[in-house]
Design a protein around this ligand. Structure first.
Ligand SMILES: O=C(O)CCC(=O)C(=O)O
Ligand SMILES: [Fe+2]
Ligand SMILES: [Zn+2]
Length: 679
């Protein structure tokens, strides 16, 4: 049943025009209003606002975030959904009043089934503002500590004077003017294109000696357990800031400490639930982030010229509450922070796998091993290729729009009327390119095929190992960035065999696979160059745009061509699969660091999922408990399995096929490519 009106004017249970059920409903709604006020101090208002309190729609009565969001998003775009733990209500904020009014009118009195399968009825009331603060006493994120007056004004002055912003002798990478602030790196360069450090490329000189006294003090007083080996100095003018982010787990150890010099500032911490706390970092204080505050909460500084601070505790550290009677503005001054971290040498094993780039996005799941047989390979592909593409399809598709010139040239050169199959067509980026030929696409991902369908392309779901197209019917085939997803050499050969089968005699196939060598003939691939060219102006901070690959519009970092491939091993198809760079057999698959060179041929490549407005049918990533409403920064990470090919490997595999001749074999921007012809 829907509410009689979007305004609360009818809120009188004795309203003469109302039916019995409507009166009962209004009584209940009023009761819900009173209960919220009496027990929780939540005051609703009689005029429409953007925010609503939803009685019965809470975690406390078994409603999950996903469930509730699905219902709420039918009425409009949800800006924030706050679900306090153990409470039988939640708060939603819509983008506009129109949308919140629609929710009020259509969802009030609406029944929904909770996680236990029981019916519950939602009652919505407008609230002036969402009571973030009243619900949970504002406390510092767990693991966060602020030590005041860690340095004396004299030491502060010395430290500040030790940084010479005019001297760029450390090299171009160690000092940058980012859009929002100036930075300088010591020990190791922190790279804003992959949010990581080149662990085998320490900067000359290490940390400045002047930091030793303060660091030894931190050790002695127990604020840190390990001596840091990386320092980032950030300088913020008033109006500048740093985007909300979690320092990459795989890059640094648990302890991150930051010294605030020159001025105080307010830093915002945000839990994946959406709960935000603003924390005052006084001048000369030390911020210590460990555990949950380091691994789960984002931290950032909003670019602005004034901070809202507690009037009564000016300059004192701690949480800024939203106590309206006690707030004041504080004019920002130039703040310089010294952030010390220890570069991590082993994968992160924190307890937040959903937010951990060293761990799978699945709770309690460890990374798979190199497959030892066909069955294991097939299972690996299912979990680390098929399922992942299904989940990331929409985001993936949004990053795939620019056709590659040499592939375009291949398609455009085909005679009019040619029949062409695109095996692993993805979002159909090549399907409509040449209107003179007949193209049909196939892909393993249902969601990608649906996107092709929406674009009016002919495409169907199938595996590249068994393509339901009659033999020798195609004038040409392309297979772009597909075969590297097959997990044994036999399976990769079988997909090539399948392409050859489809071709009529004289027909040609074009194949692209990711290359192990990301630098060839001194040419860095786009993937390696990536945003390095532009990172002076831009920084990304794992916001999901960094999902990578040689064929991606987003692209790995510097490489020293430490190729470990050998053709002889590749030709031997009976060898055990999956030797990694060190020849280690049957160990866990390593996780590749985006925008760096590959150290193993068989790797898991992270994809930082960025979810846009959800499509109706789009399913939530499995077991993903946190929801990204209002949380663009802590995006879930998926891993795709890749076998990256080394020089000559693709060609060698093609040579094993009967009745084909290789016409061309080349390197194109981080990919090995072959064109073969059916004899
Ligand atoms: O300025 C600060 O205190 C924080 C800097 C920071 O978070 C970073 O560089 O990752
Ligand atoms: Fe940080
Ligand atoms: Zn971690």
């Amino acid at each position: 049943m829907a509410a009689p009106s979007a305004s609360m004017d009818n809120n009188n249970p004795n309203h003469p025009k109302l039916s019995k059920t409507e009166k009962k409903f209004l009584r209940k709604q009023t009761k819900a209003r009173h209960t919220l006020l009496r027990h929780e101090g939540i005051e609703s208002v009689s005029h429409a606002t953007e925010s609503l309190v939803i009685a019965n729609g809470g975690l406390g009565n078994g409603v999950s975030r996903t469930q509730l969001l699905r219902v709420l998003e039918r009425c409009g775009s949800v800006e924030a959904l706050l679900m306090p733990p153990n409470k039988p209500y939640s708060f939603v904020r819509y983008r506009t009043k129109e949308e919140s009014k629609r929710a009020y009118a259509t969802l009030n009195g609406k029944e929904m089934v909770d996680d236990l399968g029981q019916n519950i009825t939602l009652y919505l009331n407008f609230v002036e503002k969402v009571h973030w603060q009243g619900l949970r006493p504002p406390v510092l994120p767990p693991g966060l500590m602020i030590v005041e007056e860690i340095v004396s004004p004299e030491d502060e002055k010395m430290l500040l004077e030790s940084i010479d912003w005019t001297d760029n002798s450390l090299g171009q990478n160690a000092q940058k003017s980012l859009k929002h602030r100036k930075v300088k790196h010591y020990g190791y360069e922190f790279r804003y294109d992959n949010n990581n450090v080149d662990k085998d490329k320490p900067l000359p000189g290490g940390l400045p000696d002047i930091c030793n006294t303060i660091l030894e003090k931190c050790l002695k007083e127990g604020h840190i357990k390990y001596f840091p080996d990386q320092l980032t100095v950030n300088q913020y003018e008033p109006g500048q800031g740093i985007p909300p982010h979690i320092d990459t787990h795989s890059a640094f150890e648990n302890e991150i400490i930051s010294l605030s010099l020159g001025a105080e500032i307010v830093m915002d911490f945000k839990h994946p639930d959406g709960y935000t706390v603003s924390v005052m970092l006084p001048q000369r204080s030390l911020l210590v982030m460990t555990g949950e505050s380091r691994y789960l909460w984002t931290h950032g500084i909003t670019p602005r010229k004034f901070d809202v601070i507690q009037a009564s505790q000016r300059q004192k550290s701690g949480v800024i509450t939203s106590d309206a009677g006690n707030l004041t503005l504080n004019k920002r001054r130039v703040r310089t922070s010294f952030t010390f971290r220890k570069v991590r040498r082993t994968p992160c094993d924190c307890s937040y796998p959903l937010f951990c780039d060293s761990q799978s996005c699945h709770q309690n799941e460890t990374f798979p091993s190199f497959p030892e047989n066909d069955k294991e390979a097939s299972e690996l592909e299912q979990e680390y290729v098929h399922r992942v593409y299904e989940e990331i399809a929409e985001h993936f598709s949004s990053t795939r729009h620019t056709p590659w010139p040499q592939i375009v040239a291949f398609l455009k050169a085909l005679p009019k009327g040619s029949i062409v199959a695109d095996i692993g067509c993805g979002n159909g980026k090549y399907l409509g390119l040449n209107k003179e030929i007949y193209m049909i696409g196939c892909d393993r991902s249902q969601n990608l095929i649906e996107i092709c369908g929406e674009r009016q392309f002919q495409a169907f779901v199938c595996d590249a190992l068994t393509v339901p197209i009659r033999s020798e019917t195609c004038d040409a085939c392309i297979s772009i960035a597909v075969i590297h997803h097959f997990a044994t050499a036999e399976r990769r050969l079988a997909t090539l065999q399948e392409l050859a089968r489809l071709l009529r005699p004289g027909g040609r196939a074009l194949i692209y696979v990711w290359a192990m060598e990301q630098e060839y003939n001194k040419q860095k691939s786009k993937y390696l160059k990536g945003s390095r060219d532009s990172d002076e102006k831009k920084e990304h901070f794992s916001s999901g745009v960094l999902a990578s690959g040689p064929l991606g519009e987003q692209n790995p970092g510097t490489s020293n061509h430490d190729s470990v491939c050998s053709i002889s091993a590749i030709n031997d198809l009976t060898r055990e699969e999956g030797s990694n760079a060190n020849g280690v057999i049957n160990s866990k698959l390593p996780v590749h660091i985006n925008r760096t060179s590959f150290h193993s041929q068989d790797v898991l490549v992270p994809w930082h999922l960025k979810r846009g407005p959800t499509r109706e049918k789009h399913s939530e990533p499995q077991k993903l408990k946190s929801d990204p409403v209002g949380l663009p920064d802590s995006t879930p990470i998926f891993h795709r399995y890749y076998h990256v090919f080394c020089e000559g490997e693709l060609e060698a595999a093609c040579r094993m096929l009967n009745n084909i001749s290789i016409q061309q074999s080349y390197y194109d921007q981080g990919n090995w490519c072959v064109i073969f012809k059916k004899l």
